[in-house]
Design a protein around this ligand. Structure first.
Ligand SMILES: [Cu+2]
Length: 385
């Protein structure tokens, strides 16, 4: 999904200034045709960019905004029914929240505008809130990312140099084949299970969906669920995941768990620190919300790209003294992120440095050989004694 990133800074060169405003133009429509893994197609409704082709996507386009950006989302509803955009989890006022009873609906063949400021960096969702169960299962949802400054999750927070987004969802083929008026939540029994709109071999065959990273990268992994199922994500071996945020807010204590349960509408923001054992798949399990039975598993393959050998601007990075006993001084030409690995390639810790000399305590490390990687091919070796 990260390859589908589309810059939305259409009218705003300096998004942190209150003067600028970003306008984005979208459509809602009900004429989507979803190709499924078995080669059949079913119907979907959704959102897309306002372009000549007027095509909708499942999931809807991934939206990136910058923290503090003022956004106006224009929605042109070219379908025969009313729709809204509910900005799920975002701090918008009631008038722009997209819940029909408390804000407004965009009627058929009309346009509407949602105005808001992206106040809090994090991972969010958007979806239609008209006859919600039906319009959700029909496919009217997407992910929103509010970026923190300089490739961090939030000011002063963890940084990353690679980013992947995964939106989990499902549908009941019988409903999408012949959508009727409305369903209670517990009348939907999903039987088609998706990661970024794809199931099974469609994911494993699509390199864009693979979780590709070098050893030493800091990989932002943004997870969100629009499924009717309970999702359980099992992180791959050697990924050393640290989960910093949930539902668009910073967790009081970062989680170092190897699996996460994601209920409908929830989001998590995690960093992987791939080490030499980074391999296999990220497993995505779908459980019935009613019986807690495991119904389906999708696999997101890893693309272990090894240790990058290209040189970068960090070639001027200096570390001293070497060998080190208590502290290591790091002289960096610019700010950035790096991680420490042991001789076996096992991730030890990640750090953010500013330009200039800074001191890092290494007294807790066992004697041995370590290397520092910035994820872009700079690997400096040091000895701890
Ligand atoms: Cu709708």
């Amino acid at each position: 999904m990260s390859k589908l990133y589309i810059s939305l800074l259409l009218t705003c060169a300096i998004p942190h200034l209150a003067l600028c405003q970003t306008n984005i133009y979208m459509i809602s429509a009900m004429d989507g045709e979803l190709l499924m893994e078995n080669g059949n197609t079913t119907n979907f409704w959704g959102y897309g960019w306002q372009t000549q082709s007027q095509e909708i996507e499942l999931p809807a386009p991934l939206l990136h905004f910058e923290e503090g950006e003022e956004v106006i989302m224009h929605m042109n509803n070219i379908s025969p029914e009313a729709h809204t955009i509910h900005l799920h989890g975002m701090d918008v006022n009631q008038a722009n929240d997209g819940v029909p009873q408390t804000s407004f609906q965009v009627m058929q063949n009309q346009s509407g505008e949602y105005s808001f400021t992206a106040t809090h960096p994090g991972t969010y969702l958007y979806h239609c809130h008209v006859t919600t169960t039906l319009h959700l299962t029909m496919g009217m949802y997407g992910m929103i990312v509010v970026d923190g400054p300089d490739n961090t999750f939030y000011a002063g927070g963890p940084g990353f140099n690679v980013e992947h987004e995964y939106l989990f969802s499902d549908l009941m083929v019988e409903v999408n084949d012949a959508p009727a008026l409305a369903y209670p939540f517990d009348d939907i029994y999903p039987d088609y299970f998706m990661v970024n709109g794809l199931q099974g071999t469609m994911i494993t065959d699509d390199l864009n969906q693979h979780l590709s990273a070098h050893i030493g990268d800091s990989v932002a992994v943004r997870l969100g669920s629009m499924a009717y199922s309970l999702i359980k994500v099992k992180f791959p071996e050697g990924s050393n995941p640290v989960t910093y945020m949930s539902d668009g807010r910073i967790l009081p204590n970062a989680l170092t768990v190897s699996e996460l349960e994601i209920y409908p509408g929830e989001r998590f923001t995690t960093v992987f620190h791939p080490d030499a054992s980074f391999s296999g798949n990220m497993e995505v399990e779908y459980y019935s919300m009613l019986t807690k039975e495991l119904i389906h598993t999708n696999l997101v393959p890893l693309q272990n790209m090894g240790v990058s050998v290209s040189e970068s601007q960090w070639s001027e990075l200096l570390i001293f003294p070497n060998p080190a006993s208590d502290v290591l001084h790091i002289q960096a030409p610019n700010q950035g992120n790096f991680a420490i690995f042991n001789a076996q390639g096992k991730w030890i810790s990640s750090h953010r440095v500013q330009a200039g000399v800074q001191t890092l305590s290494v007294s807790h490390l066992s004697p041995g050989i370590y290397f520092i990687s910035n994820g872009e091919g700079v690997n400096k070796t040091f000895v701890k004694w």
